[in-house]
Design a protein around this ligand. Sequence first.
Ligand code: KIV
Length: 303
Amino acid sequence: MSAGAETVRRLTVGDIARMYADGRRIAMLTAYDFPTAKLLDEAGIPLLLVGDSLGRVMLGYENEIPVSMADMLHHTAAVVRGAKQALVVGDMPFLTYATPEQAVANGGRFLAEAGAQAVKVEGGVRSARTIEVLVKAGIPTMGHIGWTPQAANAAGKVRVLGKSREQARALLHDALAVQEAGAFSIVLELVPEQLAAAITERLKIPTIGIGAGPGCSGQVQVITDLLGWDSWHPRHAKPYADLRGTILAAARSYAEDVVAGTFPGPDQTVRMADDVLDEVLGKGAFDRRAEEVPEGIPLDRDL
Ligand code: KIV
């Protein structure tokens, strides 16, 4: 190692627990590819989620349901290669943890094949047994309650959950069940802020909110929303950049330059020695002399 070079160490769930115990809020982002993960790591984001939102935002599926293990492992491995420090959480896709056995087999693949450090599963009380089995098998697990995209077909349109007494009570039970099962942290998605804060106060593991107000132990956002990749973003998101505008302007300028013949210019172009090319094309000094030989005088080849 060169003098002054810092050793980069991958964060563990123990580091996340320490951040939480120290009262430091935790910034989490989704990532789906190598270059973005590399930048987010450089920016010091401690937790990266390869969410199954991959299906919607990167693969063009209508929702999260069609996302497969193959999709998730492929993208999780790319994120792990890009991020050397962040703890990478792989989102277990729809129906890949329907039984504890299936959960351990598929969860294990995220760690063993893709190099993730943890997995995330949706569901509270209904997923508690699965979380327990995953954690006992040595697979650190993050829970996810509130709006859970994989339940979209059963739950209907995207909405805030927990406004009614029944829903609020159920969410509190869900959160406690996920903690009891051994999860190292829990996502609260689309939950009223007072309820999210109350759950956060009652838990001993960090809550990571998305559309759940500022009272959570940390926040997660979908990277494309954060970067302003699309003209639409959900209400809970705040675009911190205008990548859509930047990409559109760049693509249009490039196309204009190509059409005008101004790209590539001298800075992007390599030249070779002209006499080398002349020789290859039969236009060298030797070739010219041969052409100048008057007719009637035999050449070597004719002798
Ligand atoms: O898939 C995803 O991106 C998620 C976050 C919204 C928490 O589950």
